[in-house]
Each structure stands twice: as C-alpha cells, then as structure tokens.
Design a binder for this molecule. Structure first.
Ligand code: THU
Length: 134
C-alpha cells in the first residue's frame, strides 16, 4: 500500500539526505530515499570521485544500503534533485532487480513532485534474474 503520508515522508527523507551528497564535480547533488516493504526508509546520495567514472548515484547507494541490511522488497523510491532529474539507466536496472512494481517519485529541491511512475515504466524490458539459467 502506498499512501500520501508515505510519499510525503519519503520525499522529505530524500530532501534531507541530499545535503550529504558529495558532488564537487557536477555540482548536482542528489538525494534518494527508498521505502522497504518492512516499512523502513534507506537514504542515499551521489558520491563523486576525482576519477570521475568511479562515482555512484544516490539511488544505487540507497538500494545497496538497504540490501546490505537484509531488505529485498521495496515499495517506492523518491529522488530529489534541483529540477526533478530522472534516474540513469544503471540505477533503473538496479531498482528493477528487486521488482518491477516499485514506485519512482521524482521531486525538485522544494519537494514538489515532478513525476510519479513505476520502475517498469522507466525501464521496459529490463534484464531480469529469470533470464539467467537456473
Ligand atoms: N545522479 C544521481 O545520483 N542520480 C540520478 O538520478 C542522476 C544522476 C548523479 C550522478 C552524478 O554524481 C551527478 O548526479 C551528475 O550526473
């Protein structure tokens, strides 16, 4: 179940996390917050690096934090940027791994929703665990 209250809380968590983004190169801080089926919120920020390609997006940090604490089912992820920017392809693939129904909420720095959709809408035809033998 996905409620207005959950949406509000998730966006707020992503907004608050965003202050910890380490984005000295792009100057594009991103905050993400992931709601697990167990009701917990895991946040994440983008962490850039002087060796540019080794940086990582906020969404993947949030997913990896949650999974490394035993979570595998997710209701929704909120992503807060300056302008409601959308998750990159790699993050879409990582979110898809754990279910195609996960809701994706994109909000701007003021917390205004720019888009609410699902991960399957954002990444049709994702490569799935079922595609691998056994
Ligand atoms: N970035 C994210 O963290 N999430 C997104 O949804 C889009 C892009 C980061 C990667 C990089 O640190 C910066 O934003 C600019 O691309």
């Amino acid at each position: 179940m996905w409620t207005d209250e959950q949406r509000r809380k998730l966006i707020q968590a992503a907004q608050e996390a965003r202050r910890w983004a380490y984005a000295p190169y792009s100057k594009y801080p991103v905050g993400a917050a992931l709601l697990s089926a167990s009701g917990k919120i895991y946040d994440g920020v983008n962490v850039e690096n002087a060796a540019y390609p080794t940086g990582i997006c906020a969404e993947r940090v949030a997913v990896f934090k949650a999974v490394s604490e035993g979570e595998r089912e997710f209701i929704a992820i909120a992503v807060v940027t300056d302008n409601g920017g959308s998750p990159c392809g790699s993050c879409r693939q990582v979110i898809s791994e754990f279910g195609l129904e996960t809701i994706v909420v994109l909000a701007d720095a003021q917390g205004q929703v720019v888009l609410e959709t699902s991960i399957s809408e954002l990444l049709p035809g994702a490569f799935r665990p079922e595609h691998l033998p056994h």
